[in-house]
Design a protein around this ligand. Structure first.
Ligand code: CP
Length: 330
């Protein structure tokens, strides 16, 4: 682990980064490879502020967005990221595709790849769908969220946002609170944060924490699991409430939204227990007044919109490393 990083600058890597051909899970990346991706994103962030927001890095490459689940942030930021790198982008609207006629995932993907695509970005309700495509296609495959398994680019953009806000990841106390059972964001976050040396505190009602979740932790960081949010918030540097995923819960896991907000919602009073300069993050979309109060979501401590801005730069870095050939070569 590198001990230092400037608030907006890059952290040196200590070993050669190895990206692999596909980005399916943050488990597959070493701390140094994650750091290398964040460093590349640092370089790409400025492009979004230019009058002409385009560089030729992926000219001639074709990126496919194949989203089987709704998305605002991830799909549009992958599209913008690819366009800012001068790639051609194909957005497949599943509801208007032959999937509705019964075509399978792999036949759909093979059909699209037959048009000579280079990288497929996939979101799917089934955990493991990106893995299946990686075993089926010649293209690079990027996981844009699969069921409750992982959302690696969200994990990367959250790490990037923390590093820019706090200057480091190592040694920070990070509270992740909410519907951890259904959260691919929490899983990728937990893996990435602990690999980079953070102390993660997972907090939720007992019905929303899967047993054994702490086994996902990878050193040098660590994880604790608890049910008491006020205890976990003491001295927290980063607070990350998660969306209540009612659409995935089936039978309710909590009596109601009001009770949830009372016990697990992030509000001004609770934020007072956090460390000085603490930030509050949220992957979005947010349920205002449930997992996060309006005034906290819109406060100076909130990084919610910065996360969206950073998402474009981080996905540019991911597409660059997984479309320009470095992924296959590493
Ligand atoms: N954070 C996230 O994945 O948001 P979207 O569902 O809007 O892509």
């Amino acid at each position: 682990m590198s001990p230092s990083a400037t608030p907006t600058g890059s952290t040196p890597e200590t070993t050669t980064p190895r990206f692999g051909k596909h980005l399916l899970s943050l488990r597959d990346l070493s701390a140094d490879t994650i750091t290398a991706l964040l460093n590349t994103a640092d370089g790409f962030l400025e492009i979004g502020t230019r009058t002409v927001k385009k560089v030729p890095a992926l000219r001639g490459k074709t990126v496919v967005n194949l989203f089987f689940e709704p998305s605002t942030r991830t799909r549009t930021s992958f599209e913008l990221a690819a366009k800012r790198l001068s790639a051609d982008v194909l957005n497949i609207t599943v509801a208007a595709s032959s999937v509705v006629k019964g075509e399978t995932l792999t036949d759909t993907a093979r059909t699209i790849e037959a048009m000579n695509t280079d990288t497929v970005v996939i979101r799917h309700a089934a955990a493991g769908a990106p893995q299946l495509l990686a075993e089926t296609l010649n293209s690079h495959v990027i996981n844009a969220g699969d069921g409750a398994h992982e959302h690696p680019t969200q994990g990367l953009l959250d790490l990037f946002t923390i590093r820019r806000a706090k200057g480091r990841i190592e040694g920070l106390n990070v509270v992740i609170v909410g519907d951890i059972t259904h959260s691919r964001v929490a899983r990728s976050g937990l893996i990435g944060l602990t690999k980079l040396g953070a102390h993660v505190r997972l907090v939720a009602p007992p019905t929303m924490i899967p047993s054994g979740i702490e086994k996902l932790s990878e050193g040098p960081g660590d994880v604790t699991v608890g049910y008491d949010l006020d205890a976990a918030l003491k001295g927290a540097d980063v607070i990350m409430p998660l969306r209540l995923q009612l659409e995935r819960q089936g039978a309710p896991l909590f009596p109601g939204k009001r009770e949830y907000a009372t016990l697990y919602g992030i509000n001004r009073e609770r934020m007072a227990a956090a460390a000085e300069g603490a930030i509050v993050m949220h992957p979005g979309p947010i349920n205002r007044g449930v997992e996060i109060a309006h005034d906290v979501a819109d406060s100076d401590q909130s990084t919610i919109l910065s996360q969206v801005t950073h998402g474009v730069a981080v996905r540019m870095a991911v597409l660059y490393h997984y479309s320009a050939g470095q992924g296959a070569a590493a």
